[in-house]
Structure formats: structure tokens, C-alpha cells
Design a protein around this ligand. Structure first.
Ligand code: ATP
Ligand code: MG
Length: 287
């Protein structure tokens, strides 16, 4: 697999040398592969946001390295700047960071900074607004006139308008109603497919990542204890529970069946997989 972005022995300590010193990441080796849809999951305070803010150079490692396309992003300022454009980061609760007079200007901010010409900026603003389901007539509004969910869409559009090779979203569905969650997840899936981009979705919901991503990285207490396909990761059901991370409901049911002595594959995580596993068990084959 072709690695696009990675960390080597990444350590981050907040407020080092003060009474508030807090080690948020310790010797973390992380990698994301070109074109994959990767989930990062972990309990509150485990270090997820700290990790991803290193990937686009927003935070500087206390020690260790961040490599983008094989090069250390801090090796020279030009490279750091390039990484900030090519690795797009949608913050946790990004709607609080909108600041321009109009939605259009907010979405155009990133592309403008990249030095693109007016025509290209306009194309990108309209395309990314369309992508996240904003209407043309909303472009001239003040972002503050929009609902919380729509503001979130503006913030996401502003990052995808830079057409990043790696799109990272920090809990993009937090606080949205179920319809809003579905619609944002589907926009993200479309971005992944349409641009062949690497997408990194940070979440603390196992149900959410399980049905979206190709691969999962678990963060716990500044470390990465497990990573792999959702199926591989959910085999560690008991350890995940201890970390305060529920496994998906179906996985829980199958673990319980195993505890009750049923010889069944416990790495199931969707209803469809559960159906197939049960039918196989009953000797009927998948339908
Ligand atoms: N600016 C900061 N100064 C000091 N400590 C911080 C700072 N930001 C985060 N921390 C601490 O670092 C640790 C990791 O925080 P981080 O925000 O990366 O976790 P997270 O997994 O993103 O959590 P959440 O799910 O709540 O967003 C936590 O203990 C947190 O309190
Ligand atoms: Mg966070």
C-alpha cells in the first residue's frame, strides 16, 4: 500500500515545563494510505484532535516527525505551507470559525489564499457549495443567518474548495440530528469517490465509522493500541469496552452468543453480516 501521510514516533506535550504540562501523544506511529477512507476513533481526551492537527502542520511535534508524501513537513517553510493546502482539515465544531460577510466569501477564503484566479475560485466555490447541498441563493447570505447544520456545511465546503489530497474531518457529525448526520456522511463518501482523495474521519461513534470506513485506527490515552479493518478491530471487543468505546450493537450480540457457547464468528458488525453469519451457521448459505 502506498502511504500518503504518516507520523514517526510522534510525541506532543501541551504546556511543557509548566504545572499544566500534559502529554497528549507519546511515540505514535500513524499512517494513512493513498485513496483510503480511514476512521480514527477514541474516547474523549484520547488525543484524536491533537494527532490530526499535526497532519496538516497546525501543531508542531514536541518530538518525532510528520511525513507527507515521504517528506518531513517541517523540513522547510515552503513544504509546511504546501501541506496546509493539500491536507485539508475541518475542525471540530467548525461553524464557530466562520467570519466573512457572506457564505461565498467564507468558502472562497482557502482557494484565494492558494493564489488561484477569480474564475477558478468561482468554479470551486460553486462546486463545493453544490457538493454539500447549499443552494445558490444562500451564497450571498451572511453565514450567521444560517442554521447550525448549514453553517457546518459552509465550513466543510470551505475546506473541500481547496481540493485537498487528504481531507480530514474532526467529528463532522457531532450534534447533528440523524438526517443531518446521514447527509453529511453521504457528502463525505461522495468527495472520497469523486476526487479519489484520502479521507480521514474522526469520530467517537463506532456505529458511524463501522459502516463508513475501509480501515480504523483506535486512539487511547495518546497511543494507538489497535488498527485494521473494522472486522479486525472489533475482535478486540472487550478491550474496546474497557476503553469506553462501545462496539457496534451487532458485534455485541455476537460476542454474547459466543460467551453462551455458540461457535460463531464474533467479528460481525453490520446487520447484513449478522444475517449471513447466522444463515451459514444454520447451514443455509447466504441469501
Ligand atoms: N490546548 C491544550 N492545552 C492543554 N491540554 C490540551 C490542549 N488541547 C488538548 N489538551 C489535552 O490533551 C489531551 C488530548 O486532547 P484531544 O483534544 O487531542 O483529545 P480528543 O481525542 O480530540 O478529545 P475529544 O473527543 O473530546 O475531542 C486531553 O487530555 C486534553 O485535555
Ligand atoms: Mg477532539
Amino acid at each position: 500500500m502506498d502511504t500518503i501521510i504518516e507520523t514517526k514516533q510522534l510525541t506532543h506535550t501541551y504546556s511543557a515545563g509548566t504545572p499544566f504540562e500534559r502529554s497528549a501523544l507519546l511515540n505514535v506511529d500513524f499512517s494513512a494510505y493513498r485513496g483510503e477512507y480511514l476512521g480514527i476513533i477514541g474516547h474523549t481526551g484520547s488525543g484524536k484532535s491533537t494527532l490530526i492537527q499535526h497532519l496538516n502542520g497546525l501543531l508542531k511535534p514536541t518530538s518525532g516527525q510528520v511525513l507527507f508524501q515521504g517528506e518531513d513537513i517541517w523540513s522547510d517553510p515552503k513544504r509546511t505551507r504546501l501541506t496546509r493546502f493539500q491536507v485539508g482539515l475541518v475542525f471540530q465544531y467548525p461553524e464557530y470559525q466562520l467570519f466573512e460577510e457572506t457564505v461565498y466569501k467564507d468558502i472562497a477564503f482557502g482557494p484565494k489564499n492558494m493564489g488561484l484566479d477569480e474564475k477558478e475560485i468561482d468554479r470551486r466555490v460553486r462546486q463545493s457549495a453544490y457538493f454539500v447541498g447549499l443552494r445558490d441563493d444562500q451564497l450571498d447570505k451572511s453565514p450567521f443567518e444560517l442554521s447550525g447544520g448549514q453553517k457546518r456545511r459552509v465550513a466543510i465546503a470551505g475546506v473541500i474548495a481547496m481540493e485537498p489530497k487528504v481531507l480530514i474531518l474532526d467529528e463532522p457529525t457531532a450534534g447533528l440530528d440523524p438526517v443531518g448526520v446521514e447527509s453529511i456522511l453521504s457528502n463525505i463518501r461522495d468527495y472520497h469517490q469523486f476526487h479519489n482523495a484520502t479521507v480521514i474521519l474522526v469520530s467517537h461513534s463506532m456505529e458511524e465509522v463501522a459502516r463508513s470506513v475501509d480501515r480504523l485506527v483506535v486512539v487511547n490515552d495518546g497511543h494507538i493500541p489497535f488498527q485494521g479493518t473494522p472486522r479486525e478491530v472489533f475482535r478486540h471487543g472487550d478491550e474496546l469496552e474497557q476503553m469506553g468505546l462501545g462496539v457496534p450493537q451487532m458485534t455485541r450480540v455476537f460476542h454474547r452468543l459466543r460467551q453462551l457457547g455458540v461457535d460463531i464468528d464474533p467479528s460481525v458488525y453490520t446487520v447484513e453480516q449478522a444475517r449471513d453469519a447466522l444463515l451459514a451457521k444454520l447451514g443455509k448459505g447466504a441469501v
